[in-house]
Design a binder for this molecule. Structure first.
Ligand SMILES: Nc1ncnc2c1ncn2[C@@H]1O[C@H](COP(=O)(O)OP(=O)(O)O)[C@@H](O)[C@H]1O
Ligand SMILES: Nc1ccn([C@@H]2O[C@H](COP(=O)(O)OP(=O)(O)O)[C@@H](O)[C@H]2O)c(=O)n1
Length: 216
């Protein structure tokens, strides 16, 4: 029996990792988990309970009680407020520990899986045969996220979006618990000058090379 095809897709905000991960999942007929949604749901859960994002115990309690229903409100979870709250609670080791098993189990499905986030290649699925680290300049990423959010009616200035993204990058890369970092064996894909189609083609070629290398 061949080993399962686990595809780990990491990278900073609005680099295009979710878009690429979803398309890879469709291409290979694999289930896909956007792990950022888990952290976003915890952040929103703390805010909804009128808790403080500085309160680690409150965030851990929300993470431990997380249910599938908490992942349904796509509009709320993809808001700028949710992204900011997510990156605040994601720094707490207790929150990460509470979400670890679910993600590991998802990655370990017999047929394989695609997961995207910040620590998939380093912590959740360190043995994944295919690992990508998707990036782009902060300016291009801010432009993409600004277009995405204003396109659905959110009101935000590009300059504020850029500041949000840079602050979140710094927090995600600088934290002690599972910081955002390219895994040693991940392939870097810089999508700054690529449209979605070009970026996806490049990602698919990276996965194809990994399949050949691993006999999958
Ligand atoms: N290469 C690209 N060129 C232009 N827009 C892109 C590209 N990749 C993704 N996008 C768009 O940018 C936004 C953020 O992409 P997404 O995949 O959600 O990023 P991430 O998961 O890294 O936060 C989406 O609106 C998406 O359609
Ligand atoms: N595997 C993951 C996924 C997300 N996160 C955190 O959750 C926040 C939101 O993640 P996301 O992937 O939904 O964010 P975007 O890249 O889509 O903006 C990130 O800024 C990280 O702080 C994490 O710590 N680990």
């Amino acid at each position: 029996m061949t080993a399962p095809l686990i595809i780990a897709v990491d990278g900073p905000a609005a680099s295009g990792k979710g878009t690429i991960a979803a398309r890879l999942a469709r291409t290979y007929g694999l289930p896909h988990l956007d792990t950022g949604l888990l952290y976003r749901a915890v952040g929103v859960g703390v805010l909804d309970a009128s808790g403080s994002l500085d309160d680690e115990a409150a965030a851990v309690a929300v993470a431990r009680a997380l249910k599938a229903e908490s992942l349904q409100d796509a509009d709320r979870l993809t808001s700028g407020e949710a992204g900011e709250a997510a990156s605040r609670v994601a720094g707490y080791p207790g929150v990460r520990a509470a979400l670890l098993e679910f993600q590991r189990a998802f990655a370990a499905q017999p047929g394989g899986a695609v997961l995207d986030g910040r620590d998939i290649g380093t912590v959740i699925a360190p043995d994944a045969p295919a690992k990508l680290f998707i990036t782009a300049t902060p300016e291009v990423r801010a432009r993409r996220r600004w277009k995405q959010l204003t396109g659905r009616g959110d009101v935000i200035a590009y300059e504020d979006m850029l500041a949000d993204i840079m602050r979140r990058d710094e927090r995600d890369a600088g934290r002690g618990a599972a910081p955002m970092v390219q895994a040693e064996d991940a392939v870097l894909l810089d999508t700054t000058d690529m449209d979605i189609e070009t970026a996806f083609d490049a990602a698919r070629r990276i996965v194809e090379a990994a399949r050949v290398r691993n006999g999958l």
